[in-house]
Design a protein around this ligand. Structure first.
Ligand SMILES: NC(=O)c1ccc[n+]([C@@H]2O[C@H](COP(=O)([O-])OP(=O)(O)OC[C@H]3O[C@@H](n4cnc5c(N)ncnc54)[C@H](OP(=O)(O)O)[C@@H]3O)[C@@H](O)[C@H]2O)c1
Length: 286
């Protein structure tokens, strides 16, 4: 399936930062109307401003914080909510569909990482990561899918991770949540075969964002440090262009920002698991 973004209604979670913000700006450039979600309203507003600057439309100020009916006349609406609260997800999906009347493309990009061993991670933090990265994606998909089915068209883009393709120490919950996305969407994709609905999984390697700084430690505090691999990672704007090009081409699984180490890690984890475990345990993760 080939789908262009022009005039499409695109709802992006995690649009306040990093990859999500870059996906929003690139989608705006390609003519999409956007619903921008995250918790940080001021940061969402900045994303809307950057979208306006990228398109020269300058109408970011019209973005409607509460996602009300006024948004019908804007190119971008802000819809802040907390994904870790599953009932808030269902409510947000209802409001998102009301903003422009439908969702053509749902981008499940938001996520929180982890920097703590399993033994040091509280059950609450573990559950919050699973809810934010996985259960919330299921809830939003459940809410948006009936509309897509009724129209026999739609695209869901789910952002997993290299840690969704292999295990990684200090990321038991994160890696589990990203593997769960692949299991869920891989199964759903088969159920939706022939329905006109496309599901694209994105597996970023290393992109220069605040993901490691925002990662939870075992007690839920922020890790607060930028990992060297992210620091040297791909420019999110480049990542966004590649992702949209591949989604547009109907790609099902998109590996992006993979350096040699990333390819090697995934290969070894499959074909030489003992060697993989030994090497990844030495340098402490991805
Ligand atoms: N950067 C990489 O190298 C890399 C590699 C593999 C996978 N990924 C994946 O890429 C996606 C985007 O991450 P990023 O790198 O752009 O990191 P980021 O800059 O930390 O952005 C994370 C986004 O998720 C949102 N978010 C986090 N918790 C949330 C919650 N409880 N409710 C609502 N929104 C929440 C944040 O918004 P608020 O703070 O406003 O809530 C923010 O917009 C994630 O799924 C991540 O796992 C990134």
């Amino acid at each position: 399936m080939h789908q262009t973004l022009n005039k499409k209604i695109v709802w992006i979670t995690g649009a306040s930062s990093g990859i999500g913000r870059a996906l929003a700006v690139e989608a705006a450039r390609r003519g999409a109307r956007l619903i921008l979600s995250g918790r940080n309203e001021a940061a969402l507003r900045e994303t809307a401003r950057e979208c306006g600057a990228a398109t020269g439309s300058g109408n970011a100020a019209q973005a409607d914080v509460d996602g009300g009916a006024n948004s019908r006349h804007t190119e971008r609406a802000l819809l802040p909510f907390d994904l870790a609260d599953i009932s808030a997800c269902t409510d947000a999906a209802r409001r998102a569909e009301a903003i422009f009347g439908r969702i053509d493309v749902l981008v499940l990009n938001a996520g929180v990482s982890q920097r703590a061993k399993f033994a040091d991670t509280s059950p609450e933090v573990f559950d919050t990561i699973m809810r934010t990265n996985f259960s919330a994606s299921v809830a939003l998909t459940r809410a948006v899918l009936p509309g897509m089915r009724a129209r026999s068209s739609g695209t869901i883009v789910a952002v997993s991770s290299i840690a969704g393709l292999m295990g990684a120490p200090w990321r038991t919950a994160y890696s589990a949540s990203k593997h769960a996305l692949a299991g869920f969407f891989g199964s759903l994709r088969a159920e939706l075969y022939g329905s006109g609905i496309q599901i694209s999984m994105v597996y970023p390697g290393f992109v220069r964002t605040a993901i490691s700084e925002n990662a939870f430690t075992g007690n839920g505090l922020k890790h607060g440090e930028l990992d060297p691999l992210q620091q040297a990672g791909q420019d999110p704007a480049v990542t966004a262009r590649i992702v949209w090009n591949r989604v547009d081409a109907g790609a099902l699984d998109i590996r992006v920002a993979f350096d040699f180490k990333a390819w090697l890690g995934v290969f070894l984890s499959r074909h030489a698991p003992r060697l993989f475990i030994r090497s990844i345990s030495k340098h402490g993760g991805l």
